[in-house]
Design a protein around this ligand. Structure first.
Ligand code: ADP
Ligand code: MG
Length: 379
């Protein structure tokens, strides 16, 4: 990666305001500079720079093994970085123990105490803080109400609760510590789809109501898109892009991010000695907008989202055009997805129901896209 998104620049850089005075942006709540984690000679996390803002919902996404948990464990104090610094409101905390940080981690496994009641699980944190029994119970019931757990569950063994209820107990327990920052390591991954969707919304509301900083980890970009103010994408220990869900979707930094964001068409284009860009899927030279940072490249990847690939009658109707065979169609509810075979590749086009194909299955079709709707990234 040769680009550094604005979000990944170290904080504290000052800039003049309208009146010409120097204004400093607010100090990030957590700042990572050059943070690296080695396990023997393997780098699980590779020199990450990241500012986490006070009160934001930041989600780190990436495939399994990309270093998300290791990163979070360093933030929570369960691992110390091999290199670099982590600061909390300006104070270096590399080697500060987890219980001496104003943070709390909700694990993927939830890590509830199986032999205890719901109430005692939640009260554990309050007991540690030295609250009297009556006060502990009052606060536990308050937290249960906040998590929409029925009051009657207070005395129930936690193992008799459903998956969704256990999840709420784990959240209530985390909130009982009253941390400034909450870390979540794939807490919803074991739940079924419907419950997951409901809890995603609740977590987002909880974030808003509590005003706390949430750092959330998931391998599901869909989950990240729903909840987050900002998303960081990890790949093989590196943070490859940080941005709003909108930025990640519309301006992916590279081919990996664009493919991670969803089903996309990716074409490899090569610059010929005649100055024309071509791809194996099309006979005509391509029209493309090359971003500044890729000027000088001789090979690029062109990402075309299915919603920007459309059927055309004549090649002139779109900047770029490919001929193929209509292969299959799938209903997506209000939209229809078409598969078009172009040479050895399968292209996806998605159109609103009613604006669909004019050709029959197994018949030749033309599909096209406009240069302004394609994203050109590094191969
Ligand atoms: P993720 O949470 O994104 O799935 P992890 O942070 O758990 O990824 O792991 C990243 C990489 O580091 C993996 O290859 C994993 O096997 C390795 N790893 C994690 N923890 C250890 C450890 N304690 N010792 C050695 N290797 C580890
Ligand atoms: Mg993990």
């Amino acid at each position: 990666m040769n680009m550094v998104p604005a979000d990944m620049k170290p904080a504290g850089a000052s800039s003049p305001d309208i009146a010409g005075n120097t204004v400093s942006p607010p100090l990030p709540v957590l700042q990572l500079v050059g943070v690296r984690k080695m396990f023997k000679d393997f780098a699980a996390v590779e020199r990450i720079d990241l500012d986490i803002r006070e009160g934001e919902f930041l989600t780190i996404v990436g495939p399994s093994g990309s270093g998300k948990t290791t990163l979070l464990r360093m933030l929570a104090g369960m691992e110390s970085p091999s290199e670099g610094n982590i600061t909390l409101r300006g104070r270096r905390i590399n080697d500060v123990a987890p219980n001496e940080r104003p943070t709390c981690l909700v694990f993927q496994s939830l890590a509830l105490f199986p032999h205890m009641t719901v109430g005692r699980n939640i009260e554990f944190a309050l007991k540690v803080r030295g609250l009297a029994p009556a006060e502990r119970k009052r606060r536990a019931l308050e937290l249960m109400a906040m998590m929409r757990l029925p009051e009657g569950h207070y005395g129930r063994n936690v193992m008799q609760c459903s998956g969704g209820e256990k999840q709420r107990v784990a959240l209530a327990r985390a909130f009982a510590y009253d941390p400034d920052i909450l870390f979540f390591d794939e807490p919803l991954s074991a739940l079924d789809y419907k419950l997951k969707k409901a809890l995603e919304k609740e977590l987002k509301d909880l974030h808003k109501e509590s005003g706390k900083t949430f750092v959330y980890i998931t391998h599901s970009l869909e989950e990240a898109m729903v909840m987050s103010d900002r998303i960081g994408v990890m790949r093989a220990g590196r943070l490859v892009q940080v941005g709003t869900p909108e930025e990640i979707y519309t301006k992916p930094a590279d081919r990996f991010v664009s493919e991670f964001v969803g089903e996309v068409n990716v074409l490899t284009a090569t610059l010929g000695t005649d100055g024309a860009w071509t791809t194996p899927q099309s006979t005509a030279p391509l029209t493309l907008v090359l971003p500044e940072r890729l000027k000088g490249s001789r090979e690029v990847a062109i990402v075309v989202r299915p919603e920007f690939l459309r059927f055309v009658e004549r090649p002139e109707e779109a900047d770029n055009c490919m001929s193929g065979i209509l292969y299959n169609e799938y209903s997506l509810g209000s939209r229809v997805q078409y598969q078009v075979r172009v040479g050895a590749s399968v292209m996806l086009a998605e159109v609103s129901r009613g604006l669909g194909r004019t050709a029959a299955i197994d018949q030749p079709v033309l599909v096209g896209w406009d240069a302004k709707n394609a994203i050109v990234v590094e191969v």
